[in-house]
Design a protein around this ligand. Structure first.
Ligand SMILES: *Cc1c(COP(=O)(O)O)cnc(C)c1O
Length: 243
């Protein structure tokens, strides 16, 4: 353990090494899936990570970071070298935090209700911007989990298509935790099917450009199943130690 505030040079080196290794594995997984090596975006998930280590990943070429919590992101933002780096909110967003985060990130990946979509739309309108969003799907139909039930997806997208200050760019998911890679792959494949089916409908203002799925333990499987944005945290920065 290191003291808070002191910088662990070994950890910096390992972050940089991990970024290189994972980037290469992503490229190879894309090629195995018959896609272009650079067709999958690589997000570094930075929750609980101190700015020095996030900046090390950025120095190694990471150009997309994801944070879970509004307050944590806003607290760290000024210490990050964000020039040329996109930032996405990926954690559950409460409607009462919407005004704080809209305009501060490049995308919100975790829109999962009509209320939330409306709040993001309203705030974006007030700021004179259009906020790119993904709809988070609870593909495993788990209780007490964030994400929209897939049965409600069409209805929500129909409403979101009418909103002029959000732009739906795709879907995001966190599949159920499982020891069985085949089960996880099945959820990834179901998500890919939804992504393709919705894209085929070609609704106004509903684009299916981004399918965000795959984390440290399963990003290669996710890519095999059609993911084009993987969200990797602990494989870069090490296991998270929650206070
Ligand atoms: C924490 C988190 C990740 C990254 O998880 P790891 O297993 O550490 O790679 C990805 N997506 C979301 C939404 C997360 O909260």
């Amino acid at each position: 353990m290191t003291e808070t505030g002191s910088i662990d040079e070994q950890r910096i080196a390992s972050v940089r090494e991990n970024v290189k290794i994972i980037r290469e594995r992503i490229r190879q997984a894309a090629v195995r899936a018959g896609r272009a090596p650079d067709s999958v975006r690589f997000m570094a998930v930075t929750k609980t990570v101190e700015p020095a280590y996030i900046n090390a990943a950025i120095d190694e070429g990471v150009d997309l970071i994801g944070e879970n919590k509004v307050q944590e992101f806003l607290g760290k933002k000024d210490a990050l070298r964000l020039d040329g780096v996109e930032t996405h909110l990926i954690g559950h967003l409460q409607t009462n935090k919407v005004n704080k985060i809209v305009g501060q990130v490049d995308m919100i990946q975790s829109v999962d209700s009509l209320n939330l979509a409306r709040a993001v739309d309203r705030r974006s309108e007030a700021l004179g911007i259009v906020t790119p969003v993904l709809v988070e799907v609870n593909i495993g139909g788990e209780e007490n989990k964030t994400g929209l039930d897939r049965a409600l997806l069409d209805e929500l997208l129909a409403e979101m298509a009418q909103m002029r200050h959000i732009a739906v760019q795709g879907l995001m998911t966190i599949p159920p935790v499982s020891d069985d890679p085949a089960a996880t792959r099945s959820f990834f494949s179901q998500m890919h099917q939804l992504f393709v089916d919705i894209g085929d409908k070609k609704r106004d203002n509903i684009k299916m450009n981004i399918l965000s799925m795959g984390m440290s333990g399963d990003y290669e499987d996710a890519i095999a199943c059609g993911s084009n944005l993987v969200r990797v945290g602990s494989a870069i920065f090490g296991a998270r130690i929650y206070p």
